[in-house]
Design a protein around this ligand. Structure first.
Ligand code: NDP
Length: 453
């Protein structure tokens, strides 16, 4: 690009971002997600006038529709409680809407719009025919009885069922929505609709679930890191890894790092993190899974259980490591955290969580020349196996575990190679640009084919 075209792109970019901020006041997470994509896509489309003429980025930054609804439920004391439910159907250009449901008190429209926007690019990257969507509620399952969670899920689905369907919109789990919640949601859908269809993914094995789906996001994020290292002639074997979170993504990331010969020394939850210099082996990981999934306890209990481990408040990014894998939530790595990681010798980041690094943190990693795998590429393994669950449900078959793990591994390598194809530059690979551009092209070209829709 010439100097004047660089300036022109910069002007378009600033105008576009200012427009998004004006149309979506106060939605900070959504602004952040759109800016992160636009910073890399605008230079790519600078000399491709058709995308400008057809207002593709402007249209991609607007959800197809947003559904908001009241979710009343009754707690164990008989009190009527009131929550807000959402489904953001972001973009169905390349397939039915697909994306998780999040139950967490921090859920609001901005969070779900950022997640739905990201999901559109991620799903495109998988190569499967899935559009982007996201939903959830400000309901907090923490501290609630099973019966309370069930009543909430049933009330939530009593409204949601009319907006979803196996060829329309197929939700899945996310923060606060695991096997228990998916069971309650699917049971209520089936009851209201009197149809047994694959309308949710992440289902239990007894009612249409897919093997490897539970493991897929964490495993996939580790495979992606392994692919980046191998591309540079390196390996995960012998590496020390800091992981945040202690839920679905984090725990299966630990399992795969262990299988590939690395050592994980941290896990966290919203109250703090544990540091175990000896590594979180299979026995300790089984303790964590039982603690978080069955007893629903706090990660601090790990330090009471295992000698040599300690519990600390805050986030784990001050711990020295070769690789960091944020697997908890958005914006859990800021510039200071990123600088700490760089200073302590970290060479690579693979994002299991969605948008865990803020824009300044990303720029810090990139300026330090680190291997940085953005979430829409690194954590796409989960939705990829959800796509395979949909295929199995449609044809009423069930693939075996080895076959599904091979497909997951192949998908992560294909995504890696797409990032390399679109992100390679004189200094190496810009995985962020590669993921954004590769994800953009397919959706944008479908939108071009549809004309003004
Ligand atoms: P879980 O609910 O299983 O676990 C979430 C973990 O993150 C818990 O340890 C939780 O701690 C911690 N956490 C949540 N919110 C915060 C917060 N505000 N501050 C600090 N810690 C927090 O969720 P998942 O493992 O499924 O999801 C984790 C991330 O991965 C999310 O960003 C999600 O969008 C993303 N993701 C998940 C996929 C999946 O297949 N499940 C697919 C792709 C992405 P606590 O128990 O204290 O709340």
């Amino acid at each position: 690009m010439t100097m004047s075209s660089v300036n022109k792109t910069d002007v378009y970019l600033k105008r576009f971002i200012a427009g998004v901020e004006k149309r979506n006041p106060g939605e900070q997470e959504f602004h952040q997600a759109v800016a992160e994509v636009a910073e890399t896509v605008f230079p790519y489309i600078a000399d491709k006038q058709i995308y400008h003429k057809m207002q593709i980025m402007e249209r991609m930054a607007e959800p197809d529709r947003v559904i908001m609804f009241r979710v009343p439920w009754t707690d164990d004391e008989g009190n009527i409680r009131n929550q807000r439910g959402y489904r953001v159907q972001f973009n169905n250009s390349i397939g039915p809407y697909k994306g998780g449901l999040r139950f967490h008190p921090s859920v609001n429209l901005s969070v779900l719009k950022f997640l739905g926007f990201e999901q559109t690019f991620k799903n495109s990257l998988t190569g499967l025919p899935m559009g982007g969507g996201k939903g959830g509620s400000d309901f907090n399952p923490k501290g609630k009885s099973d019966n309370e969670v069930m009543r909430f899920c049933q009330s939530f689905m009593t409204e949601l069922h009319r907006h979803i369907g196996e060829n329309t919109d197929i939700p899945a789990g996310d923060i606060g929505v695991g096997a228990r919640e998916i069971g309650y949601l699917f049971g209520q859908y089936k009851r209201i609709e009197n149809r047994f269809v694959g309308v949710l993914t992440g289902k239990g094995m007894a009612f249409g679930g897919s093997k490897i789906r539970t493991e897929a996001t964490g495993y996939g994020a580790v495979y992606f890191m392994q692919n980046m290292l191998e591309y540079k002639g390196d390996d995960i074997r012998g590496k020390t890894v800091c992981i945040s979170g202690s839920g679905n993504v984090a725990t299966y990331a630990v399992e795969k790092v262990n299988q590939l010969g690395g050592k994980v020394v941290t896990l966290s939850d919203s109250s703090g993190f544990i540091y175990d210099p000896d590594g979180i082996n299979a026995e300790k990981l089984a303790f964590v899974m039982d603690l978080k999934n069955v007893r629903r306890g706090r990660i601090s209990e790990y330090a009471d259980e295992f000698k040599g481990a300690s519990f600390h408040e805050g986030r784990p990014w001050g711990v020295s490591c070769d690789i960091a894998m944020p697997c908890a939530t958005q914006n859990e790595i800021n510039r200071d955290d990123a600088e700490n990681l760089v200073k302590n010798g970290c060479i690579g980041v693979s994002e299991g969580a969605n948008m865990p690094t803020d824009l300044e943190g990303i720029h810090t990693f990139q300026n330090a020349g680190m291997l940085y795998a953005p979430s829409k590429a690194a954590n796409a393994g989960g939705v990829a196996v959800s796509g395979l669950e949909m295929s199995q449900n449609s044809s009423r078959i069930s693939w075996d575990e080895a076959e599904l793990e091979r497909l997951l591994k192949d998908t992560m390598l294909t995504i890696h190679n797409s990032c390399v194809e679109y992100g390679k530059n004189k200094d190496g690979v810009d995985y962020l640009a590669g993921a954004n551009i590769a994800g953009f092209i397919k959706v944008a070209d479908a939108m071009l084919a549809f004309g003004h829709t």
